[in-house]
Design a protein around this ligand. Structure first.
Ligand SMILES: C[S@@+](CC[C@H](N)C(=O)[O-])C[C@H]1O[C@@H](n2cnc3c(N)ncnc32)[C@H](O)[C@@H]1O
Length: 303
């Protein structure tokens, strides 16, 4: 945060775990349900760590490390499965991690070995500080086609479209080894479309039990891989509702061809293309899709 920005605010989520709210972005770092619960259900469990045996090493990239919760949860699970991690982190701002590490509640929610390793990793050369768009090429030089897991946890697309562009997602996709997985909490049609354009195959992350129980076609996020994602009970094919969402105007992806676009420029350009496609009659208005599926109000499926 710069001196002009409002300060990050610490908060506790429903599971008692530490999180942050960014007034500058207007969004929390995690869902209210819980930072630890989210790290486990949306990133660690769909990672499918049982695909590797004891002693094997995984290459993982945490995109938007923030407080380090996703990495800490993965470190605990990897230790339990006796897996080694080669870890890389991308993050703009050191303050979320500093605030988390200074918080007794955050420290006590992790096993001491995981916390110590998190601190070591974030202080080391594999923590790539700065705009993830400018640091990703270095990672591609080192690990193109070799990464097993990409944990993608940027702020939501309307708040941070810079990290959900077709170009940035294509870079993340190029990191993955053939069986690698990109995992994200996000199920926005524009993001799924961007992942498809990057040549990845998609699956929905099953929604945590109790969440959106009224609709079994809601997902808890998206998994993407160069190879079809079948046979994993934590993943399922996109529902008919989700597939149709990809044919609507909401699926117009974010574009950032120079890799330096501002949030407003990326959003404006997307709106321009959405208007153009609607006027040309080449796409279904998102409102029509919503009505067909009985989706009322603004809350619900993002974008
Ligand atoms: C939703 S939070 C990440 C939450 C994190 N995974 C955690 O468990 O705490 C989004 C993060 O993206 C970072 N960020 C925002 N813009 C970025 C950019 N252009 N490059 C890298 N990181 C960025 C923010 O500083 C913030 O820490």
């Amino acid at each position: 945060m710069t001196a002009d920005d409002p300060q990050l605010r610490a908060l506790r989520t429903e599971d008692g775990s530490f999180s942050l709210f960014s007034p500058a972005v207007g969004e929390g770092f995690h869902s209210g349900r819980g930072a630890v619960a989210e790290a486990r259900s949306k990133f660690v469990e769909p990672a499918g760590l049982e695909r590797w045996g004891p002693g094997q090493q995984l290459v993982v990239v945490d995109v938007c490390v923030g407080t380090g919760s996703n990495t800490a949860a993965l470190l605990e699970a990897a230790a339990a499965a006796e897996l080694e991690l080669e870890w890389w982190g991308l993050e703009l701002d050191p303050e979320p991690l500093q605030l988390a590490l200074a918080d007794g509640g955050f420290r006590s929610q992790w096993q001491p070995a995981a916390l110590e390793r998190l601190q070591g990793l974030c202080a080391g050369p594999q923590m790539l500080w700065g705009d993830a768009r400018t640091r990703l090429p270095e990672l591609l030089n080192r690990r193109r086609g070799q990464v097993d897991l990409v944990l993608m946890d940027a702020f939501s697309p309307s708040r941070c479209p810079q990290l959900w562009s077709v170009e940035f997602l294509a870079g993340l996709a190029a990191l993955l080894q053939p069986q690698g997985r990109l995992l994200t909490y996000c199920s926005a049609a524009a993001v799924r479309q961007g992942l498809l354009l990057a040549g990845l195959q998609l699956a929905a992350i099953a929604a945590p039990s109790g969440l959106r129980a009224e609709r079994s076609d809601w997902s808890g996020g998206t998994a993407a891989s160069p190879t079809a994602l079948v046979g994993d009970p934590r993943l399922r094919p996109l529902s008919p509702m989700e597939r149709e969402h990809l044919g609507t105007n909401a699926a117009e992806p974010y574009r950032d061809p120079g890799g330096q676009g501002s949030r407003s420029a990326i959003l404006q350009e997307r709106q321009r293309r959405q208007r153009q496609r609607l006027e040309a009659g080449g796409v279904e208005p998102t409102g029509a899709w919503r009505r067909r599926w009985g989706l009322t109000g603004g809350a619900g499926h993002p974008q």
